[in-house]
Design a protein around this ligand. Structure first.
Ligand code: ZN
Length: 684
């Protein structure tokens, strides 16, 4: 194990340095070309350097994060509207079944491929001469919209591929659940939140400004090779399985799939079923296609469905319950979300008593009067939903007064969908939301300060501005007499607040609630600022420095920063708060000394490497500490082992855990904490 590490650290160093250099030159050239409309080198020169980089990446097996080959680059482009584009090969949709036992018979003695049916937006990618030429949304199957300007920034879309002929690939543009939560959270307060990852992925794919799109993590997973020339070199061009292997070798991210036969298909389906609850990406069932493409095509289609494939959807177990009420839960934006509250029922092993009903239109259509009999199910075995109302006792009650502030509400309509909002700009729900965000773990991390307590404090006028939380002793005598809040709770809260005074600058910046600046963006800015981050930040603000120069920040966030800073109330609230705190820099002195100028941490031995952590730890108190240690040094931490993982950290190197097995299968080195520390130069 340690030999492998020595190799990675030793011989690849100079190659990595050259790769960094090439990436810098290529990205600058692409930026000049795409954004400034300026050619700083000939196409020939660009291609020569690009090829050198590709060769180095292949040789070392490392693709650095900002490599232009990894499709995240500097070339941003904005279009005034999306142009329509006709598909050369129309996309059909598949017939569906919920009957797993029908699948062996459906295969009819043939081999097949079983894969996820990802829930996003289908994009058709066309390559010519090894370059991405066009990306078009599926649209109605015949005509879609040209989204090439954005597609080049998405994961899974190589800008260049080894194959030089014509290639057409269908892929699903999807967003991970965790990325969805984050992006949604960081959206400016003025923007409506997205309901699910599919809506957000779809909106992102269709953005007019690719700079904005590039800031949102969308991955395109290839699921169908539509066309490749005879010279593509696919080991068996007629086999769907072989086509997938070939696509992966060309640099595409291919949807998770497995070859099946009539004997194994149900077993394979059950394996997918087991993975379903832990899936990072949203899915909408599975797809089974025949491996033999020519045979599949010869079957033709039934009306509108082709016969070579079928979609499988899980049979959702529905359980009857009785409505108690519809709650309208307020969010930071003033949006009031209807939640159906019903008598608790057991579905797929868990007790369920609440389900979101999304918006006014759906809530009304379901007629959810108290006592109504409803059928409840878990969509994709995960999210509780109301399937239908079996017997309604009356209309769904839509309040005309905000349940939080009692102010008036209004219904907003957008594309036929009605949503309910609180009209009151000073609604405590909006206020409470600001504070809930402020005390959250990734922000000020004030333990045990619940939303209910915050609400009480705000209603009572104890807390108006952030710094007030650190001056609560003024109200001590009143607080300890509050219902359910004795001396002990007060002391605990006080202790938690005292602990939270020591805070990393990135966490403080996240806590400030500047639209678009969440945990990750705050870290990015903090690393850029380096030592004395708070003072530097305030200086740069006063000089009106351009933050869009910071990697990953961009013009929108820069505008948000100044919209925030120009609001005297907000800025003074921030400085007043800072005076109460002990702000520490994200970048430790050690990391900074061995870092390079750009970004501060670029040259640490683990920069750009992806780690997965499993099992107990010895040197670190908890996993969060190790995660922070890695991230401070420019590394990344992921939750599951994949081909993109560089190291699995596990003190029990020989354990038979699932992560260890997967790491071994993929050839990912498993290292102990000690080996990891050696790798970092043990500067803990
Ligand atoms: Zn309100």
């Amino acid at each position: 194990m340690s030999e492998q590490i020595a190799l990675n650290n030793g011989t690849d160093r100079t190659k990595e340095a050259r790769m960094r250099e090439l990436i810098g030159i290529l990205n600058a050239a692409a930026y000049a070309y795409y954004v400034e409309d300026r050619e700083v080198m000939s196409n020939f020169e660009y291609d020569r350097l690009y090829d050198e980089l590709t060769a180095l990446e292949r040789e070392t097996g490392v693709t650095l994060p900002d490599s232009p080959t990894a499709s995240v680059g500097a070339g941003y482009k904005a279009v005034s509207k999306l142009t329509k584009s006709e598909h050369e090969y129309p996309a059909l949709s598949l017939d569906k079944t919920k009957d797993r036992d029908s699948l062996p018979g459906w295969l009819g003695g043939q081999r097949g491929v079983l894969s996820w049916k990802l829930d996003g937006l289908t994009v058709v990618l066309t390559y010519q001469e090894g370059r991405l030429q066009k990306a078009v949304t599926r649209g109605n199957g015949q005509i879609g919209e040209d989204v090439t300007h954005n597609a080049v920034h998405f994961g899974g879309v190589p800008r260049r591929i080894p194959y030089g002929g014509k290639l057409i690939v269908r892929g699903e543009a999807v967003m991970r659940y965790d990325d969805f939560e984050r992006v949604n959270r960081e959206l400016p307060e003025t923007e409506a939140k997205y309901k699910n990852p599919r809506n957000l992925a779809s909106a992102t794919v269709r953005l007019l400004d690719s700079r904005e799109a590039a800031g949102r993590p969308v991955t395109v997973c290839a699921f169908d090779l539509v066309y490749a020339g005879d010279d593509a070199g696919i080991s068996d061009p007629n086999s769907k399985n072989a086509q997938f292997d070939w696509l992966a070798a060309q640099g595409f991210t291919v949807v998770e799939h497995t070859p099946v036969t009539p004997d194994t298909v149900v077993q394979a389906l059950e394996q997918f079923e087991r993975e379903l609850p832990g899936n990072a990406f949203p899915t909408d069932g599975l797809v089974l296609i025949l491996d033999d493409e020519a045979y599949g095509r010869s079957l033709g289609s039934t009306g509108k469905f082709p016969r070579n494939g079928i979609a499988f959807k899980w049979q959702d177990e529905t359980v009857e319950s009785r409505m108690i009420r519809v709650e309208w839960s307020a969010s930071r934006t003033g949006l009031l979300n209807p939640v159906a509250v019903f008598e608790p029922v057991e579905i797929e092993g868990t007790t369920v008593s609440r389900a979101s009903v999304h918006n006014v239109s759906i809530a009304r259509a379901l007629r959810l009067g108290a006592g109504s009999r409803v059928l409840v199910y878990k969509a994709n075995l995960i999210i509780p939903q109301i399937a239908e109302t079996v017997e309604s006792t009356g209309e769904t009650f839509v309040p005309d007064a905000c349940p939080v502030c009692g102010g008036t509400t209004s219904i907003h309509e957008n594309e036929g969908i009605e949503t309910l909002y609180c009209d009151n700009a000073d609604c405590p729900a909006k206020h409470v939301g600001r504070f809930t965000h402020f005390v959250a773990r990734d922000a000020m991390n004030v333990l045990g300060l619940s939303e209910a307590t915050l609400e009480t404090f705000i209603d009572a006028g104890f807390v108006r501005r952030f710094a007030d939380l650190y001056k609560l002793e003024r109200y001590r005598s009143e607080i300890v007499t509050l219902e359910g809040f004795g001396e002990k709770s007060y002391d605990n809260l006080k202790a938690a607040l005292e602990t939270s005074r020591k805070v990393k600058f990135s966490a403080l910046l996240n806590a400030a609630g500047i639209p678009g600046i969440g945990k990750d963006m705050a870290k990015q800015i903090s690393r850029y600022l380096g030592a004395g981050a708070y003072e530097r930040f305030m200086t740069l603000i006063s000089e009106r420095a351009d933050f869009s120069a910071v990697e990953g920040v961009g013009a929108v966030i820069n505008d948000n920063i100044y919209a925030w800073a120009d609001d005297a109330d907000r800025l003074s609230e921030f400085t007043e708060l800072a005076a109460e705190l002990d702000i520490i820099d994200d970048v430790s002195a050690a990391a900074e000394n061995d870092g390079t100028a750009a970004g501060g941490t670029a040259a640490t031995p683990i920069a750009g490497k992806t780690f997965v952590i499993t099992g107990g730890l010895n040197g670190f108190d908890n996993r969060d500490q190790l995660v922070a240690f890695i991230e401070d040094r420019g590394g990344r931490v992921s939750g599951s082992v994949s081909a993109k993982t560089d190291y699995l950290i596990n003190n029990d190197v020989n354990s038979g855990s699932g992560k260890n097995k997967k790491a071994k299968a993929l050839g990912v080195p498993i290292i102990s904490e000690t080996e990891f520390m050696e790798m970092c130069g043990a500067d803990a």
